[in-house]
Structures are given as C-alpha cells and as structure tokens.
Design a protein around this ligand. Structure first.
Ligand SMILES: Nc1nc2c(c(=O)[nH]1)N[C@H]1C(S)=C(S)[C@@H](COP(=O)(O)OP(=O)(O)OC[C@H]3O[C@@H](n4cnc5c(N)ncnc54)[C@H](O)[C@@H]3O)O[C@H]1N2
Ligand code: MOO
Length: 392
C-alpha cells in the first residue's frame, strides 16, 4: 500500500503531454490547447471604425460643421470631407479617410444640416484605428493558449473557422458487476442501478473531455479480459470501476495482469478509495477505481484529474486547495488519511454527514473535499482544514 503523495507523484511521472494534433472547427474547440501560433488573417478592426453614434468630422478651428452625408454600419461608400465638414455616423461604421475625429451625438447641437460642438476635440477621438486589436499577419494567439469562449469569439472575429489543437484523449469507461441494472428497468432483488458510468462521463464532460465511450461487463473473467483488451488498444485512457478488490468475483486485477498492463500502484492508504489501481500499457493509462460510487468519484478528482491535465499539457494539474475553518466536528476512525465531502463557502467548510463510500447523496451537495491527513484524528469547529475545491 502506498501513500497518497507517492500515488500522485507516480501519476505525474507516468504521464507526458500528448503532442498529437487535430484540426477542429472553431465552435467545437472550446477547452482545447492551440498547437501552433495563430496569425491574424486580417487587421482588426479592418477599417477605421467609429466607436460612437454621432458625427465624423474633418476638424477645423471653428466649432460649427456642415453635415454632408451619412455612413451607417456596413455602408461601403467613403464620402470625402473638406475641413469643416461632417458626416452623420453610427457605432461600428467605417469612418471616412478624410475624417479625423468622431463626436458623440449627445455633445452636439444639430440644426438642419449644421452641427455645433461645445469645444475643440482632439484628433482620433472615438476612432478605432485599423489593426488596433491585432494587425494582419501578427500573432493573434500563441501556441499553448487554452481556448475559452472569449478566445473562440476573438478568433471568429478574425474570420478563422478552424484551428490546429492538441488532441484530447479518447477515454473508455468500463463498469463491472452482475448486480448492476440499467436505469429504466425494474430492479430485481440484489440489483442496484448502475450509476458510475454516467457520473464519471459527466465529470469528464464538465472538464471538456467529450471523446468518451461507455462499456459494461458482467463478473466474468474471459469477458472482462476481452473488453479490457479492446478498450486498452483503442483508447488513451481506460477508467474501470468495480471488481478491483479481493473478492472471488473481482476479475479486473487478474485481467489487467493477463493483458500485461504494467502496474504502477495498487492500493493507496486513503479513505475512501483504498483499492485503487493505476497502470499503463504502451501509451494507454489504466485506472481501476473502486466500485463504491463516492470512492470512484473521489479517486477521479484526486488522481484521474491529474492524469488528464498532464496529458493536455496544462500547468494547473491538481485541483485548487485552500485552508478553511471547519463548521463541523468530525472524528476520523482508523489511520488512513481521509477525503470528506463538504460544502465550502467564503473561507468556511461544512463537513457533511453520510461519508460512507457507497453514498452519493452528500456528494451531490458537496463542492469540496476536506482532507484529513493520517495523524489528524479529530476536527473541531473552527479548526483550519485543508480543502480541495471541486470543479462543480
Ligand atoms: N475483504 C475485503 N473486502 C473489501 C475491501 C478489502 O480491503 N477487503 N475493500 C473494500 C473497499 S474499501 C472498497 S472501496 C470496495 C471496492 O471493491 P471493488 O472495487 O471490487 O468494487 P465492487 O465490489 O465491484 O463494488 C463495490 C460496491 O460498489 C457498487 N458498484 C460497483 N459498480 C457500480 C456502478 N457502476 N454503479 C453503482 N454502484 C456500483 C457495488 O454494487 C458494490 O456495492 O471493496 C471493499 N471490500
Ligand atoms: O475505499 Mo473504500 O472506498 O474505503 O469504501
């Protein structure tokens, strides 16, 4: 049995960023990392652009201007202004070359075709110069930038429709167990609904990993070997739940051995999630998480999460941690370090009841895991506790 620290460092050491790339449509690239610098194909803005509804002026010494034309957003004509002339203009419209300032309409007195401004204004006022945001051929975003909704908006504003990004791992989730029934069917005696697959798939989706397939296998050694073999050969990451403990019908460990998956660790001194396995075959990572749902999800956040971040070449590879004042008393039994479901808010954390690894009810309310190290036996109200913030 190894420690949590050893398990985490094994995962860090054994995951390298994947440099495989893929081209994605921009609207499907949120959360991906750019695999090369992107040059702007255009100047942005592409023309001298008005930032206000008002008048574009060819400035002169007088405060009175003659309005000679109008340019709306999208208009293509370019009226030529002599000094002292103005055109009515609107936000986003192209400012004529011969205009050198825009005054907002609230600041003028208009009488027929004439306007009067209150005082002299400076050149270029309210004009967004060509290429102010980014110049044509300049680097719009650098390689390794994580694409966010704002980045997608920005690249789209430059007319970019697809981007070269680092591939995300393809992930198989395999659930094991004869007792597992599909929701939608009546439960027979001894059955429970299978919930780990949808839970882990949702956790992956919220981290923006979408290449996820779900598989299930009954407690049968040959079928387990066959399914694991295919999953390992066709995915970058395989997450198995259940069947990893020591029972007569726990076939996952034996199947992984038969398939020559190199074991990096099996069993971590922690609660929940003691029978956690991590191994690799070729470039595929294999995590066998305990079947108990809360144990499986805890192991996902503490361990699988790190593997995913490393694969994606991200810099923040562990979930954020903070110290928080406990709002609860808690007594830890045994000497395993423990992760406890909690609700964190503004520097304080409530440790929830119902910490059993089979229970998801409290996990459904939690937004944090409180970590109690090996030698902490008790938490009292107002004690400072390490708190891991969940991406929920
Ligand atoms: N003799 C020992 N027994 C057990 C030990 C031990 O050290 N010695 N460890 C216990 C701990 S801790 C855990 S955690 C579990 C882990 O067992 P497995 O990973 O082999 O998981 P299963 O036995 O298959 O399932 C455990 C539990 O979870 C339910 N389950 C499984 N899969 C799903 C799913 N997809 N959706 C919902 N629920 C699921 C399953 O029905 C069981 O109730 O072992 C202890 N035993
Ligand atoms: O590891 Mo088990 O998850 O303690 O119940």
């Amino acid at each position: 049995m190894i420690s949590i620290t050893e398990a985490i460092s094994s995962i860090k050491i054994n995951h390298k960023p994947s440099f495989a790339t893929t081209t994605r449509r921009i609207e499907k690239a949120n959360g991906y990392i750019l695999a090369k610098n992107i040059r702007s194909p255009i100047n942005m803005p592409p023309f001298k652009q008005s930032a206000m509804d008002g008048y574009a002026l060819n400035l002169h010494d007088n405060l009175t201007y003659k309005v000679v034309d109008e340019v709306k957003a999208g208009d293509q004509h370019q009226p030529i202004l002599n000094q002292g002339e103005a055109v009515r203009i609107f936000t986003g419209a192209a400012v004529p070359d011969s205009a050198n300032a825009v005054i907002m309409q609230e600041k003028v007195i208009a009488t027929g075709k004439q306007i009067k401004i209150e005082h002299q204004i400076s050149e270029q006022l309210n004009i967004r110069p060509i290429g102010e945001q980014v110049k044509q051929s300049a680097t719009a975003l650098k390689k390794s930038t994580k694409l966010t909704p704002a980045a997608i908006g920005y690249l789209t504003s430059l007319g970019i429709t697809e981007v070269l990004v680092f591939k995300k791992p393809s992930i198989a989730i395999i659930t094991t167990g004869n007792e597992l029934a599909e929701p939608g069917h009546k439960l027979n005696h001894g059955q429970i609904y299978e919930s780990n697959s949808k839970m882990l798939q949702s956790a992956l989706y919220s981290l923006k990993f979408y290449d996820v397939t779900l598989h299930k296998v009954e407690d049968d050694y040959t079928k387990t070997v066959t399914l694991l073999n295919t999953a390992i050969n066709t995915n970058d990451l395989v997450i198995i739940t259940g069947g990893i403990s020591v029972g007569d019908y726990d076939f996952v460990g034996k199947a992984l051995k038969e398939l020559h998956v190199k074991e990096h660790f099996y069993k971590v001194k922690q609660k929940p999630g003691k029978p956690l396995f991590f191994g690799k075959k070729n470039n595929t990572s294999v995590f066998a998480l305990p079947g108990n749902p809360a144990a499986a999800l805890t192991c996902f956040y503490i361990y699988v999460y790190i593997a995913l971040q490393k694969m994606m070449n991200r810099t923040e590879i562990e979930l954020p941690k903070t110290r928080a004042k406990s709002l609860s008393n808690f007594i830890k039994r045994g000497d395993r370090p423990q992760f406890l479901k909690g609700i964190y808010s503004e520097g304080k954390v409530e440790i929830l009841d119902g910490q059993n690894s089979s229970m998801l009810q409290t996990f459904a309310l939690a937004n944090a895991l409180v970590f109690l190290p090996e030698h902490t036996q008790e938490v009292k109200i107002n004690d400072s506790v390490e708190t891991i913030l969940l991406p929920v």
